[in-house]
Design a binder for this molecule. Sequence first.
Ligand code: UD1
Length: 313
Amino acid sequence: MSNVLITGGAGFVGSNLADRLVAQGDKVTIVDDLSMGLVENIPDSDLVTFYEESITNKEFMEHLLVKNKFDYIYLFAGVASVADSVARPYETHQVNQEANVFLLEVIRKRKLPVKKILFASSAAVYGDDPQLPKTELSRIKPLTPYAIDKFASERYMIDYGNLYDLPTVAVRFFNIFGPKQNPSSPYSGVISIITDCIREGKTFNLYGDGEQVRDFVYIDDVIDALLLLTRSDKAAEAHGTYNIAAGKKTSVNDMIAAYEKITGKKLDINQEAARQGDIKYSYADISKLAGLGYKPVYNIETGLEKYWEYINK
Ligand code: UD1
């Protein structure tokens, strides 16, 4: 049984990871200010301790780290919306970068015996650079405060690893979908929004012609990747940054067609102009992660099927 901290553990990815860890008998501590996460996402188990706190509360975080001596730390807390980061650049910076660097600093100064620290970054760091697919060595072109802070925090993780021998690793998430993703914001994941529209009979606003391409990856595959990088016999080899994606390209139109087939329902679509700054093509080369043994189990159809099954449970 390991002792695990998940910041942002009430959010989409964090809560799915918490489910998996609790199922394997780990003790999980969650810190989440519920700015985006939902309390109902948190697994109902004696193994879970939940603190409704912001990771920017330094005193609280330092005390928590020193008291608990976590084996594994997963850093998912953050301002998740790019649009939000543009509206509130400095506040975003305090959460998405400053708070994470502070945690590293506590771990370093207090010599805390962590086995692995994983930081969640984003494909947003690649910006609109046209080179495809994105490899971890592709050009970095952060275009928003969100992307800048994600990239800077990645670098801090890697450099604290190199300079102070901390066992860090960073991941760049592509378009993850599945249970517990909150569809409430217009900048929520497009599949969570479509799911909500199909269920509630609402109209879906399609921005652009639907021919934009994404690398959609099902949450269970993402959790497998996270465990591979932190908990498997390959974890000691995992350094630097890894793309987490399915390594497949799917247009929004093709995704919608597949979903309509699975649900047997027609999505009511209202076409709008493309979003300002929207990236037309985004997909990943996942060979670095595959080199450690990662192989996604789901494709877009089987992922959507499983998601829809969960929704109707
Ligand atoms: C994703 C990330 C974002 C990151 C970016 C980097 C998510 C939820 N967002 O944005 O944080 O900066 O990758 O590449 O993972 N769309 C609609 N209608 C909607 C919502 C979306 O047509 O109601 C379209 C979007 O315009 C976009 C596509 O669907 O073209 C995917 O949108 P979204 O799920 O928000 O993801 P990204 O734009 O790829």
